[in-house]
Design a protein around this ligand. Structure first.
Ligand code: WT7
Length: 602
């Protein structure tokens, strides 16, 4: 067994950054024999060629807690069978394979087989209800869905007829009895397929991944990523997560979201490290046991998970995790997705013996853009500095908290401590290459050569970034982005609902929970019974991850003159904050203040 070397991958930020350029970094990839780039090839095939096919790629921990190993060679075998099965099913190059799967070996065979075959992969979150699943499969033109029998019965069977382009549903656990109509057994297909497969000659610009994310208004956005993004996955897994040969890496993110793809699958596999794949749910004892027994060296998790651990386990004295479990292998702990409070950094230091390093990125950026690196002492509360190859800036904002663009130009704020919109200079390899079928929405994300992130930040005199907030109405709950519009639309389907406004209400553990304000049609009466009915109605459609947890009834909702519900005002009222600028409030609504400006939702 290889033991990871003692010093950080990136020892000196300044010199690595100064000498870094993406074109030269391209030499870190194996590249296809014919000259192209394929994400799946970098994750799997290159290790076979380099003679490390027998290294353990995955340590799969079952729900019961038993762990089994899968080598890179076995991963090649399984993903080749899946790739060949796609051919047998007549799935063409560029067509999209969706997954609705938890963590397990089948997920890896599906994702890597799809990528190696030059088909496009789109993961879905298993806590979505039937409606978010249908909408995304429909928007994304799903050809194939790989899922479990239980998830098919609960979330797909009822909406299947409304996804007309979906041709094949493959069940990873078909069981003994007859299969549901219109589904196929994945194990049977795999057994009948050849384990020999030549990776499709993809170009760095070819589409590889589709990740749905949510905006303030309209449908979920399908962020598209190219095969060439794998270079950023590899570089950031090394520099920001400090991964190196011999590491055992555990990313707790759900595979339905971008972190579960970029760092649950692609990044660590390209570096040839061992990845822990836990099929179980969050449970402090289970998690500490996995860290100890699997001798995890690098752990990538999220603030919500850390907050849950902080609540449930003592941080000092007897009974701390580091006292109860052997965490001596653990070397680096990082977090992503929401603000990492200084309190959580300190908890890590006391309870695990290591501080937590923050990382910042988005579905659109495809890979970590800003991070607290292993060699730098943590600055609690800061997200860190831009990774080598990434140029970040704070842009001056207008009244709407978005970068002010004048004649096509933005203003970079150089002075430290000034709040503005975080922007990234266009040109890193994992930048999304479009929102599916929404060119206009994509173009609206850029100005003057910068990608505008929609996040408000400050930067200190040493170039470290500090998160301030989001400039839009999107809700971050337990690390997952929820579009208020999707929730409002589902509530509006109920005959009692005349209008709905949805906000995130701050929550000590989840960061925010989804709260809805509902105005009823005239022949309905507000009350606990109707509230319960609406909560159940929304939960059945949207699933537990997206549905509102609270509903308040209002006689009417504040609207702009153009008729949009003013979520900002609902939020201010909920939190007892000043209502700020309400000059564009519709005059027949219950305006409660005046001052200049306008409220528009992007
Ligand atoms: C949004 C992107 C890509 C990781 C999973 C989330 C927020 C992300 C941090 C952080 C404060 C953060 C931002 C960002 N966010 N990382 N370290 N500190 N906020 O991807 O679902 O596309 O969400 O998550 O608001 O814009 P996502």
């Amino acid at each position: 067994m290889t033991v990871p070397s003692a010093s950080p991958v990136m020892r000196d930020y300044g010199s690595v950054r100064a000498g870094f350029d993406w074109r030269r970094a391209r030499a870190r990839l194996a590249g296809l024999p014919g000259g192209g780039v394929n994400m799946g090839y970098e994750a799997v095939d290159r290790h076979l060629l380099e003679g490390t096919g027998e290294h353990v790629a995955l340590r799969c921990v079952s729900r019961e807690g038993t762990a089994t190993s899968l080598t890179f060679a076995q991963l090649a075998d399984r993903s080749s069978r899946f790739a060949n099965a796609l051919g047998t099913l007549g799935v063409a190059r560029g067509e999209t394979v969706f997954t609705l799967l938890g963590r397990g070996a089948e997920l890896y065979a599906t994702v890597l087989g799809t990528l190696r075959a030059g088909r496009v992969l789109c993961p879905l979150f298993t806590a979505f209800g039937p409606e978010p699943v249908r909408l995304r499969m429909d928007l994304g033109g799903a050809r194939v869905l790989v899922t479990t029998r239980a998830l098919y019965d609960r979330k797909v069977a009822s909406i299947r007829a409304r996804v007309p382009r979906l041709r094949h549903v493959l069940l990873v656990d078909p069981g003994d009895g007859p299969l549901p109509d219109g589904t196929l057994s994945l194990p049977e297909l795999m057994a009948a397929s050849s384990p020999d497969f030549t990776v499709t000659a993809t170009d760095p610009e070819d589409l590889a991944l589709l990740h749905f994310t949510s905006g303030t208004t309209g449908s979920p956005k399908g962020a598209m990523h190219k095969h060439g993004a794998v270079l950023a996955h590899e570089v950031t897994a090394a520099y920001a997560l400090d991964l190196r040969e011999g590491d055992v890496f555990w990313c707790t993110a759900d595979p339905g979201w971008v972190t579960g793809m970029s760092y649950g699958i692609i990044g660590p596999l390209t570096l040839g490290v061992t990845t822990v794949v836990d099929a179980g749910d969050f449970d402090p004892g289970r998690w500490y046991t996995i860290l100890a027994e699997e001798k995890v060296t690098v752990w990538y998790t999220a603030p919500t998970a850390l907050r849950m651990l902080m609540r449930l386990t003592p941080r000092a004295g007897s009974g701390t995790p580091r006292e109860q479990y052997d965490l001596s292998a653990l070397r680096f702990v990082a977090s992503v997705g929401e603000p990492l409070a200084p309190e959580a950094v300190r908890w890590g230091q006391e309870a695990l013996g290591l501080p937590v390093h923050d990382t910042w990125w988005q579905t659109e950026t495809g890979a970590i853009m800003i991070a607290g690196f292993a060699a730098d002492p943590v600055r609690p509360g800061s997200m860190g500095r831009p990774v080598p190859g990434v140029e970040a800036a704070v842009l001056r904002c207008g009244d709407d908290d978005r970068a002010a663009v004048t004649n096509g130009h933005v203003r970079v704020v150089d002075a430290p401590g000034v709040r503005g919109e975080l922007a990234l200079r266009v040109g890193w390899p994992s930048m999304f290459c479009g929102y599916l079928h929404e060119q206009h929405r994509y173009e609206a994300c850029f100005a003057d050569g910068w990608y505008l992130t929609g996040d408000l930040v400050t930067r200190d005199a040493d170039g470290w970034y500090w998160f301030v907030g989001r400039s839009d109405d999107v809700i971050k709950s337990a690390g997952h982005l929820i579009g208020p519009f999707e929730v409002e639309s589902a509530l509006m389907e109920h005959p009692a609902v005349a209008e709905a406004g949805v906000i995130g209400r701050p929550d000590a553990v989840a960061g925010a929970i989804v709260k809805a304000f509902v105005a009823l049609r005239t022949d309905y009466t507000a009350g606990d019974e109707l509230r319960r009915e609406l909560l159940a109605f929304a939960r059945k459609r949207l699933g537990p991850a997206v549905a509102p947890r609270e509903i308040d009834f209002e006689s009417d909702l504040p609207r702009t003159r153009s008729g949009k519900v003013m979520r900002r005002l609902l939020r201010a009222r909920e939190l007892g904050l000043p209502e700020g600028d309400v000059s564009s409030l519709e005059t027949t609504g219950h305006a409660r203040g005046t001052s200049g400006g306008s409220e528009e939702q992007r």
